[in-house]
Design a protein around this ligand. Structure first.
Ligand code: FEO
Length: 428
């Protein structure tokens, strides 16, 4: 027997009806404080899974983390028998949603599994340790459907949100969208629904920034599929179920994924020069580089001293920039920590294909420039010009080299110079 719509999820582990014949059968994890090693979860998370009952079939949409499988199966058993399950939908195969899948497949071996084409290899890898034969599975894409008898599941191909395999599933007759991680957040509240839980705006934005932001082009593609749908309710795989004004969350994703800065029209290219300087030498190099870049029409140059700010505040700027130049002195054979903090913050930003360059003053060894270049290449930036090192105080001719570097970088940004492939042999 299920609880009435709007009931809290708690003991005695009953399913919660979110619409007639549609139940939440997930699990609450209030004590989790770190997710995937790097994400903070100030009040835990939930692993949301759902059951949809039709006249001729029962579908289970996603499962939960393996250590919460007992909660999932108890809630599932409160609304369906295993031999009734005709359909298992896998919107996303990350272990927090597929952990209970091997056991579910044992309990409901007759069920047909629907997943995206990119999830097929992941499913095989997931089942490998059990030695089980993979179940019958059907790869699906946008507008493929499954008939449950009076109820239709329609799939939306929404890859890279945030894994290659991700998809959404739409229950047509009820206008319910099951979205996997999309529109989710790490926020644990047994009241389940967005109009009943505490204020989760921070968690929603934090989750987007750390999980979805690097894939914003894919977010925009997904919103184009979702926006035309009638939406009564959005059922994500983490956090509150969005039944109050669900479209607001779609609008917010659209907003978050859209360019925000002044150069939206892309009429000019932007180059951001970051530096940090112990004695003013790397600063003089940065200023000369910026001045050189400004010689080129169509490039807007910004100069930032990392000593004056936390690296996290620059991510918007970097996401919108076309080029990034980074200057650091070498101290103890390395670039200095604010530079590494900045570079490490870029893992949440899609910077692939932007142009990069490095420069810096040094005392006797000067490794920082090469190390920064290696990191920029690792982040898939293109480095069209060799970095520039200057021993201690830059002389007039060395400052002119800095100006030339800036000018050359700006020419590459504006397409006045053909991009060239880096010859790795020349870097040895
Ligand atoms: Fe919630 Fe990408 O797993």
């Amino acid at each position: 027997m299920s609880k009435a719509p709007g009931s809290s999820a708690g003991e005695p582990y009953l399913a919660v009806e979110i619409a007639p014949g549609v139940h939440w059968v997930g699990a609450l994890d209030p004590h989790l404080r770190t997710f995937d090693i790097i994400l903070k979860t100030a009040n835990g998370t939930s692993y949301n899974a759902y059951v949809v009952r039709g006249e001729t079939g029962v579908a289970v949409i996603d499962t939960v983390k393996e250590s919460f499988a007992d909660d999932f199966f108890r809630r599932l058993e409160s609304v369906a028998r295993y031999d009734e399950i005709t359909t298992i939908v896998l919107n996303h195969l990350e272990p927090d949603h597929s952990g209970a899948l091997p056991e579910l497949l044992k309990r409901a071996p007759q069920a047909r599994v629907y997943l995206s084409s990119r999830a097929q290899m992941m499913l095989k890898a997931l089942l490998k340790p059990s030695g089980e034969k993979p179940p019958e599975y059907i790869p699906v894409t946008t507008d493929d459907t499954v008939d449950l008898g009076g109820r239709t599941l329609r799939f939306l191909h929404t890859p890279y949100l945030h894994w290659p395999d991700t998809q959404c599933t739409y229950l047509e007759e009820d206008a319910i969208l099951f979205t996997g991680d999309v529109f989710g957040c790490h926020f644990c509240d047994g009241r389940l629904f967005n109009d009943r839980v505490g204020d989760f705006r921070f968690s929603f934005e934090y989750y987007y920034a750390h999980i979805m932001r690097p894939f914003r082009e894919y977010v925009l593609d997904a919103m184009a599929l979702i926006e035309p749908l009638a939406l009564q309710l959005i059922a994500p795989a983490h956090g509150p179920i969005l039944r109050h004004q669900p479209r607001d969350y779609v609008l917010r994703y659209r907003e978050l994924a859209s360019p925000r800065l002044f150069n939206e029209a892309r009429s000019e290219k932007t180059l951001v020069v970051f530096y940090i300087s112990a004695y003013g030498n790397t600063r003089r190099m940065a200023e000369a580089l910026a001045a050189g870049a400004e010689r080129i029409d169509g490039v807007r140059v910004s100069l930032y001293d990392l000593e004056g700010g936390e690296s996290g505040i620059f991510t918007d700027l970097i996401e919108e920039a076309d080029g990034i130049a980074i200057g650091s002195p070498t101290i103890n054979g390395d670039a200095v920590r604010p530079i590494w903090d900045l570079l490490s913050s870029l893992t949440t930003v899609n910077i692939k294909g932007k142009l990069g360059a490095a420069f810096g003053s040094y005392g006797w060894s000067g490794e920082a420039v090469r190390l920064i270049e290696d990191r920029l290449r690792g982040l898939k930036l293109r480095l069209p010009v060799d970095g520039l090192r200057v021993k201690l105080v830059p002389a007039a001719d060395e400052l002119e080299h800095c100006r030339s570097l800036g000018e050359s970088l700006a020419r590459h940004l504006t397409g006045q110079v053909e991009h060239r492939e880096i010859d790795m042999a020349s870097l040895a």
